[in-house]
Structure formats: structure tokens, C-alpha cells
Design a protein around this ligand. Structure first.
Ligand SMILES: Cc1cc2nc3c(=O)[nH]c(=O)nc-3n(C[C@H](O)[C@H](O)[C@H](O)COP(=O)(O)OP(=O)(O)OC[C@H]3O[C@@H](n4cnc5c(N)ncnc54)[C@H](O)[C@@H]3O)c2cc1C
Length: 466
């Protein structure tokens, strides 16, 4: 049977979403209107109902809740420990620690939430394993492990020898690595659908098939319009993910790239042979990262963050369905796990990634503090979106507290170049990174031009890679 290739992917089909919720028709008043039914919007709505049970919360989703990256990602629930050195440089030790601890609480919080709410999202706290697949990447976790040790949290990142890595997953290309215990895996679409169901039970009003076409903010409040309706509210949460690259005030704050995944048929025999039974989610140490995990029925889900850059805020086309990139992902999968040769790849898909120039999520407010947004997870949004959702709930209720003082709230803005420079530059840098990392994996030294171009973003203060 040929590989199925769709935009929304295997998780969505496995989760069997059932019928959607009807769209907004007519006019409605609310306390807070949330735009976007991914994790950010739904966690924001969830925390709004916790902080202010009487508040009227309306959520408008253009398609179906979880139809975007939230329902089709790799299902890695990570904290932000691997960003600790960058966070220290940017915000200082104390603020960096507060944020990484909040991100770790979010990982554990998602597990607790699934248990309390009886949402079977396959949550499994197996930790995160970062491996090296090239001499040039050996020890690339050193700065993280040192920062954790210096700040008294050495257990958050532990360096492993090649033998220790291979004992967890015996791929022939793995070298040494590092283990981060604060990480889990989930079935992403099941988490999104579970959030939607529990929100409805809690009394939040959700409309699907309700794309917001216009948002107006005034001193008295906000008004958002869809094709057939309108919601007036005291505040709005803008949680449209990569689509925020098309929102004028935020246009210069993020870039959209793409990531693509495949999932195999069940191969429990092979997973057992690899000794990969601890449920670890694994990545290599490239900027164009490979990420992979297992499922309860013994499949391997394998993704690559090496997809194309999107022009402007274009979120479909090759961002979702890219045959040549998927063919490459399939080749990479077999290089990591040669025993998969001849086993079937069941499904392939892809989606947009909202990349912030610092690789850190950003939460903030615009339009006289009536409209609150979050973006820029840069491929690590499953865990951090719960932190952002909690912050957005406070901001929308006009409440300043411990979470609104986290350093990802209104950090000094870093801008990306305007279009079409951004797209053209992004494509050139992507090509140089692909070349550099291929050469490094072949044990060769990249030429000076490749090194210069692939290192350009770092030199101008834009961060590439973890
Ligand atoms: C292939 C892939 C693999 C990934 N793997 C991982 C991983 O393993 N771990 C991890 O942490 N992160 C991963 N990510 C990133 C992660 O999925 C995102 O960071 C996270 O889902 C962001 O959630 P969000 O709610 O901010 O955005 P989204 O999930 O994009 O949700 C935004 C929602 O807004 C809706 N919307 C857009 N415009 C409008 C409008 N005008 N009106 C109404 N609604 C609108 C969209 O339809 C969408 O449902 C991956 C992403 C992809 C694409």
C-alpha cells in the first residue's frame, strides 16, 4: 500500500474527531474572545475559566480545533532547559530559571490535566534524549549541562556516553548524547480534541469554521468579525499561531518555515530490538532537526524540521504537502534505523512553524492592551503553549501576577527583515545549512562560503538551532 500523504496527518485520523461544532452566526457579547483553536487559544480559554469561572469566553476557530500544528505535531512535550544558556544571556539567571521551571511545570501539568480530566492523550513521561550524529555535533549540549550545573539544577540535563545513549535506543549512527528527564510524549490530536471537549463542558462557547476576517479595538473593547457573525468583548486573545505572520502589527516579528513527518506501520519487534522501550522522545543536534518517538502500538513517528521557508504568512501548499521533502524524510528515517528497510510508511504530512528570531516564544499586548498574543514557539510549542495560555488568561483579565512577569512577556523586540528579503534570505540560509549539516555528517569540513552563510543569522543576532 502506498504512503498516504495529507495535510492533517495520521494523528488526526487516529483520534477520530467526529462532527465539528457549528460556525458563528449573528452577534454575540463576551468578556473575552479567543481567536484560534490550537493549544495556545484553548489553554488560554481553559485558564480563563479557572481564574474567572463566571467570565463569558467565546473561541473562534477558522477550521477545526487542532487542525493546525497543534493536532499534527511530533507530540514532544518539552520544557525549555535546552534554551537555558540563551535565556541566561538574554534575561539573567533568576528570570531564566523562573521561565525554565514554569516550562517544566507545564510538562507535568499537561500530564496531571489529562489524568484529572480523563483525557486519554497517550501522555508518557519518558524524558527527552538529544543525540549527536556527527563529530561536529558532539558535546553540543555542553553549554546547557554547564548552565544547569551552575544554577543548581544539574539533574535537568545529564550528559550520556555513546554506550548509555545506545542502551536507550540502539541506532548505528548515534554517538554520545544528553538526557533531559522533564519531557513526555502525547498524541497531539487527542490532546487538542480533549481540550475542546472539556472547554465545552466548562461552558466556554466554541465556534468552528469561523475564520476571523477583521479585528477592531477601541478603548471600550474589541470587535471581531467572521463571514457570518461578530463578537464584542472586553479583550481578545490572538492565538492564530503561524498565521500571526500575516497580522500587520506582528508581521516583522516572525518567520514561517515548515516541518514534515512520517509514521511507520506498527513495528513493535523492531522497537524492542532497538531497546527503545523507555518512551523517550529523541532528536539529533542539527539546526535542521530530526525528531522521533514511538507510539503505544509500536510505530515510529519521525519528523524533520528541514522544510521550506514560507513566503510571508502562506500556510498551505508546500508548507503542508511537499513530496520532495517527504521523500527526503523517508530516506533519513532509514539512515537512522536501517532495519526499517522494507517496512511500510503509512502516512506523511507537514505543517507551518512560527519561528521567532530568538527561538523563544513571545507573549504581549497591542491595541491599547485590549488584544493579547503569543507566537514564536519555533517547533517547541506543545509544553510552552500551556505557559503562554496561562499568561494570556491573566493579561486578558487585566491581572498582573507571577506569570505575567515571566521574561517572555514583552521582551525587547527583535525584528526579522521585510518581505521579499526574508523569504529570499531564508531560502539561501536554508540551502547553506542543509549543505553544512550534510557535510558534517559525512565527516567533512564545510567550505568557507557555506560556513559564512549558515552562520549569518547568529552574527546578526537571530538565533538558528536549539
Ligand atoms: C510537523 C510539526 C511537528 C511539530 N512537532 C512538535 C513537537 O514535537 N513538539 C512541540 O513542542 N512542538 C512541535 N511543533 C510545534 C507545535 O505544534 C506548535 O508550536 C503549537 O501547536 C502551537 O500552537 P498554537 O495554538 O500557537 O498554534 P496552532 O496550532 O497553529 O493553532 C492556531 C489555530 O488558529 C487557527 N486560525 C488561524 N487563523 C485564524 C483566523 N483568522 N480566525 C480563526 N482561527 C484562525 C488555525 O486554524 C489553528 O487551528 C510541531 C509543528 C509541526 C508543524
Amino acid at each position: 500500500m502506498a504512503t498516504k500523504h495529507t495535510a492533517r496527518g495520521w494523528w488526526q485520523e487516529e483520534a477520530e474527531p467526529g462532527p465539528g461544532v457549528p460556525p458563528l452566526e449573528g452577534e454575540l457579547a463576551a468578556d473575552v474572545v479567543v481567536v484560534g483553536g490550537g493549544y495556545t487559544g484553548m489553554w488560554a480559554a481553559w485558564f480563563l475559566t479557572e481564574l474567572e469561572p463566571e467570565a463569558g469566553v467565546v473561541l473562534l476557530e477558522a477550521e477545526r480545533c487542532g487542525a493546525g500544528p497543534s493536532g499534527r505535531n511530533g507530540g514532544f512535550v518539552n520544557a525549555m532547559w535546552f534554551g537555558l544558556p540563551a535565556l541566561r544571556r538574554r534575561f539573567g539567571d533568576a528570570a531564566a530559571l523562573r521561565l525554565t521551571r514554569a516550562s517544566q511545570d507545564a510538562v507535568e501539568g499537561i500530564g496531571r490535566w489529562c489524568e484529572e480530566q480523563r483525557v486519554d492523550a497517550w501522555y508518557r513521561g519518558g524524558g527527552y534524549l538529544q543525540v549527536s550524529t556527527a563529530a561536529a555535533h558532539d558535546d553540543s549540549w555542553r553549554a546547557v549541562a554547564d548552565a544547569c550545573a551552575e544554577l543548581g539544577v544539574a539533574a535537568a540535563c545529564r550528559a550520556l556516553s555513546e554506550a548509555e545513549v545506545r542502551a536507550r535506543c540502539d541506532s548505528p549512527i548515534f554517538r554520545a548524547g544528553a538526557f533531559y528527564p522533564a519531557a513526555a510524549t502525547i498524541q497531539p490530536a487527542r490532546l487538542a480534541l480533549g481540550l475542546r471537549a472539556r472547554l465545552v463542558q466548562r461552558g466556554a462557547t466554541i465556534f468552528e469554521g469561523s475564520r476571523v476576517r477583521r479585528l477592531d479595538a477601541a478603548r471600550q473593547g474589541v470587535e471581531v468579525r467572521t463571514d457570518r457573525g461578530c463578537v464584542r468583548a472586553a479583550a481578545a486573545v490572538l492565538a492564530t499561531g503561524p498565521a500571526l505572520a500575516g497580522h500587520r502589527p506582528l508581521r516583522r516579528r516572525l518567520t514561517v518555515t515548515s516541518s514534515h513527518m512520517v509514521v511507520t506501520e506498527p513495528v513493535p519487534d523492531l522497537v524492542a530490538e532497538l531497546g527503545w522501550t523507555g518512551g523517550e522522545c529523541i532528536t539529533d543536534s542539527r539546526a535542521m532537526i530530526h525528531y522521533f518517538r514511538t507510539t503505544p502500538d509500536g510505530r515510529i513517528a519521525f519528523g524533520w524540521g528541514g522544510g521550506r521557508v514560507a513566503p510571508g504568512a502562506r500556510l498551505n501548499g508546500r508548507v503542508e504537502l511537499d513530496r520532495s521533502v517527504v521523500a527526503e524524510v523517508e530516506r533519513h528515517l532509514v539512515r537512522f534505523f536501517p532495519a526499517l528497510t522494507g517496512r511500510r510508511i503509512e502516512h506523511a504530512w507537514g505543517g507551518p512553524i512560527d519561528v521567532s528570531p530568538t527561538h523563544l516564544p513571545v507573549v504581549g499586548s497591542i491595541d491599547r492592551d485590549r488584544v493579547h498574543y503569543a507566537f514564536g514557539y519555533t517547533g517547541n510549542g506543545v509544553g510552552p503553549s500551556r505557559v503562554a495560555g496561562r499568561i494570556l488568561a491573566s493579561l486578558a483579565l487585566d491581572c498582573r501576577d507571577e506569570v505575567t512577569r515571566l521574561p517572555i512577556v514583552e521582551p525587547p523586540p527583535v525584528r526579522v527583515p521585510p518581505e521579499p528579503l526574508r523569504y529570499a534570505g531564508g531560502a539561501i540560509i536554508r540551502a547553506a545549512l542543509l549543505r553544512r549539516e550534510r557535510l558534517e555528517e559525512e565527516g567533512r569540513r564545510p567550505d568557507p562560503l557555506t560556513r559564512a552563510i549558515s552562520g549569518l543569522p547568529e552574527r546578526i543576532g537571530i538565533h538558528i538551532g536549539r
